[in-house]
Design a protein around this ligand. Structure first.
Ligand code: ZN
Ligand code: FE
Ligand code: FE
Ligand code: ZN
Length: 266
């Protein structure tokens, strides 16, 4: 089934195009299920420029906008109401309240921060030269597995986002990947397989083939996504994503409706 479970709207401050244009693009691309998953407002201090996420008071308007896109789509494609929420542990209660305040179909969990460093922001890339890459990876996956186990999320987005600019530690990563996959399996959440990495300096799907194979072996369900920030990106790279999912050993993928997992043939 052709599913794109991750796309944005201009409310986050770094995307373009009206939701209706995303829906039209999805229909043209032959997608059957899509989810709007714009960035939920970050806690105070994490988004001073308003370029990472919507503002807290915009959530109701965002939901209304997605509802309107649902009406316009007439079920072709089916449009789900989602949100992409950052895992910022000190502000867990605030995130829980926001997620509970609307009847979302799907909640994506994301890790875009190591401490207060937005490690995937190209403007902050210099910080990478001050860091030990292996240390940054360990820190990232520790936060990622805690996020998975938090109970807040249905799907963990872009599982190895830490590689975005091509920073990958040398050596065999299979033990790390097996540990991450086991933790995500215990948490009972799904993972996203995203084409976004193909459009970034790492030039690779999130997650890598090796991490995705570890997820499959551990029994972690997978979904497919573009993380589109423009209508043109809706469904982009989906053929490559679906090939990676099949290569890893999956015969089915999942999406969520009213936060219930639905398994469908790939
Ligand atoms: Zn974004
Ligand atoms: Fe993200
Ligand atoms: Fe996103
Ligand atoms: Zn994203």
């Amino acid at each position: 089934m052709m599913i794109d479970l991750h796309m944005h709207t201009p409310r986050c401050g770094h995307a373009a195009g009206a939701p209706s244009e995303y829906v039209t693009a999805a229909r043209r691309a032959g997608l059957e299920v899509i989810a709007f998953t714009d960035h939920l407002a970050l806690p105070d201090g994490y988004d001073p420029g308003g370029e990472y996420a919507m503002r807290p008071w915009e959530l109701g308007d965002y939901v209304a906008e997605v509802r309107e896109a649902q009406r316009l789509s007439r079920q072709s494609p089916r449009v789900l109401l989602g949100i992409e929420a950052d895992w910022v542990p000190p502000h867990r209660a605030q995130t829980v309240r926001a997620i509970a305040s609307h009847p979302f179909d799907v909640v994506l969990g994301s890790v875009h921060f190591l401490g207060e460093w937005a490690f995937d922001d190209p403007r902050l890339i210099d910080e990478w030269s001050l860091r030990d890459v292996a240390g940054a990876w360990d820190e990232y996956f520790e936060i990622f597995t805690h996020a998975a186990a938090s109970g807040l999320f249905d799907v963990m987005a872009h599982p190895d986002l830490v590689k975005k600019f091509g920073h990958v530690p040398p050596g065999d990563l299979s033990a790390l990947y097996d540990d991450v996959a086991a933790a995500v399996a215990d948490a009972g959440v799904a993972v996203e397989v995203s084409s976004a990495g193909l459009r970034k300096p790492c030039r690779e799907i999130y997650p890598s083939d090796a991490l995705l194979a570890a997820f499959c072996r551990a029994g972690v369900p997978a979904t497919t996504a573009s993380d589109a920030h423009t209508p043109q990106e809706v469904g982009s790279g989906l053929a490559k994503v679906r090939a990676a999912v099949a290569r890893a050993g999956y015969g089915s993928i999942v999406y969520f409706e009213a936060r219930e997992m639905r398994e469908v043939p790939l």
